[in-house]
Design a protein around this ligand. Structure first.
Ligand SMILES: Cc1cc2nc3c(=O)[nH]c(=O)nc-3n(C[C@H](O)[C@H](O)[C@H](O)COP(=O)(O)OP(=O)(O)OC[C@H]3O[C@@H](n4cnc5c(N)ncnc54)[C@H](O)[C@@H]3O)c2cc1C
Length: 500
């Protein structure tokens, strides 16, 4: 017999979306419990592994000052650029090949700034992203990629601030408590059956908010939905996102929505562990490929490394690496760009080789046809246009001519030793397929597109936003926004129920 615990709202998960949902439900006056499958030391989901960059709409420094404190010197000496509503819309539509759900997308874009302000009001601190998205140009710090702000302390800092806010608000958190099955009375969801430290418990409530991630950590589901070979990807974040929430909801007739065969996946150190390691965080990633060449086992290039800023290509290039023979690629650079490589290239746990000539480097690229590699670099060097100046703070148009695939920006000959190469494989971040929700309330819809009473969802579990690709920094903002929406609606419903 399962023990029974009663609350107004049950939130499943304890990442960014879940914490925002719990806080919003508390703001409505609801008694809230959160169920977290992980123990405290592994809790916090992918949100805790995140770098913490945040993409939201802003057009002036005043907008940024609503989110963070900037000194007069910082304002005077920086060019923060813009991410206007139009730019944010354009990026989302362009990157998703115009498949993003227009209503979800509009809510995300138009309410992204207010969501940042709300997060700040809950104690999250934001700072300018000096380290990763800016460079000194003519004495001014120029931000690029339309994303100048990050959470202080990265995703871990964000989660710990929200965690503190949740505890201060008397949200009860049950660790090592894995939700297994939704409880229903007729069509209405009345709670969830869970395993709490191995003991069966029925958590009963007016509303349940599912915010327990996608199926990225489940190799069987990856192969089933993403396709053959995806079981071989490494997992960049938590091992707890096993698709449980999606399975539970589909079992009771929830509508699947979005790009179920799509996911966010990046280049990731070849020798990184099977799942994320919180002491390394996102640093197994290797996002500076735009300044070098990506080489596969045949010694050939296979993508346009310079198609765009990494923010707009990195989430789909992991999949391209997975499709190469042996599921690996070497990133090769010369010394001209060493100073431009991001901090993740300088961590201790990195798979790197170096040499003073291409011929010496070739046999060190394990698994690669060395002769073909040298030919590839020679052909690349011969195709680089020298007439456009190199400028990494803009899409500089310095490209190759007559090469397939081309390199459209930041193309420079590989001719300055020493040469450094980094071995990468595919690291999956999160899956795009999710549930269909009412965008204004986060209520989950059934397959006939009718709301399922008592069931809400948020975060990675919301389907319909991302297809094929993703602009960096959008996951945390959309998780917070739809978490807040779902939590508020769940809290309101619970309060109405208790008033009856
Ligand atoms: C390495 C890395 C770097 C990233 N960098 C960024 C970045 O800089 N900016 C950005 O915007 N996004 C980034 N992302 C993406 C971002 O982390 C996700 O989009 C976001 O964290 C998803 O939040 P979520 O709350 O939906 O899921 P999660 O944070 O993954 O939370 C899911 C929660 O559900 C729990 N759970 C799972 N199953 C159950 C169950 N059955 N019962 C109870 N609990 C369960 C998990 O333990 C976890 O607590 C990054 C991701 C990774 C992995």
């Amino acid at each position: 017999m399962a023990a029974v615990r009663k609350y107004d709202v049950i939130v499943i998960g304890k990442g960014n979306a879940a914490l925002c949902a719990a806080l919003a439900a508390r703001d409505e006056g609801a008694r809230v419990a959160m169920l977290e499958a992980a123990a405290p030391e592994e809790s916090g989901g992918n949100s805790r592994f995140a770098g913490g960059v945040m993409r939201f709409a802003y057009s002036t420094v005043d907008d940024l000052e609503r989110v963070t404190d900037l000194t007069e010197t910082e304002i005077a000496e920086s060019d923060f650029g813009t991410n206007t509503l139009d730019e944010f819309f354009d990026d989302l539509f362009r990157l998703t090949s115009f498949r993003t759900d227009p209503t979800l997308c509009e809510i995300l874009v138009t309410r992204s700034l207010e969501t940042m302000v709300w997060l700040r009001s809950k104690g999250v601190r934001f700072v300018p992203n000096f380290g990763r998205q800016s460079a000194l140009v003519d004495g001014k710090r120029r931000f690029f990629g339309r994303m100048p702000i990050e959470a202080a302390g990265g995703g871990a800092g964000l989660v710990s601030s929200l965690d503190r806010a949740a505890r201060d608000a008397d949200v009860e958190i049950f660790y090592r408590t894995r939700a297994k099955r939704l409880l229903q009375e007729g069509d209405r969801v009345i709670g969830v059956h869970a395993s709490d430290n191995g003991m069966p418990v029925d958590f009963v409530a007016s509303a349940v908010v599912l915010a327990c991630g996608g199926f990225e950590a489940n190799p069987e589901m990856r192969a089933r939905y993403l396709g053959a070979g995806w079981e071989l990807a490494k997992v960049r974040g938590t091992r707890f996102n096993q698709g449980d929430g999606l399975k539970m909801a589909l079992e009771i007739g929830a509508a699947p929505y979005g790009n179920w065969s799509g996911c966010h996946a990046t280049g990731w150190d070849l020798n990184a562990p099977e799942f994320g390691d919180i002491s390394v965080g996102d640093q197994f990633q290797k996002h500076s490929y735009i300044f070098g060449l990506l080489i596969n086992a045949h010694g050939r290039r296979f993508v346009d490394e310079g198609a765009d800023f990494h923010s707009f290509t990195y989430a789909k290039y992991g999949g391209e690496v997975l499709r190469q023979p042996g599921q690996f690629a070497w990133q090769v650079f010369d010394s001209k760009v060493t100073k431009l490589l991001r901090s993740e290239y300088r961590i201790r746990r990195v798979t790197k080789v170096s040499a003073n000539t291409l011929e010496e480097l070739a046999p060190k690229l394990e698994g690669v046809d060395g002769r073909a590699f040298v030919e590839t670099v020679r052909a690349f060097n011969g195709a680089v246009r020298e007439d456009a100046p190199f400028d990494h703070t803009i899409k500089d148009g310095r490209c190759t001519v007559g090469l397939d695939p081309p390199k459209s920006n930041w193309a420079q000959k590989l001719d300055s030793p020493p040469f450094d190469a980094y071995a990468t494989t595919c690291g999956i971040t999160f899956t795009f397929g999710g549930l269909r929700i009412d965008p204004e309330t986060g209520q989950v819809l059934d397959v006939t597109l009718k709301g399922i009473p008592g069931l809400f969802c948020a975060g990675e579990m919301v389907g319909g936003l991302f297809y094929f690709n993703y602009p960096s920094g959008t996951g945390l903002v959309s998780g917070a926004l739809f978490g807040r929406i779902a939590g508020s609606a769940a809290g309101r419903q619970a309060m109405q129920d208790s008033a009856v």
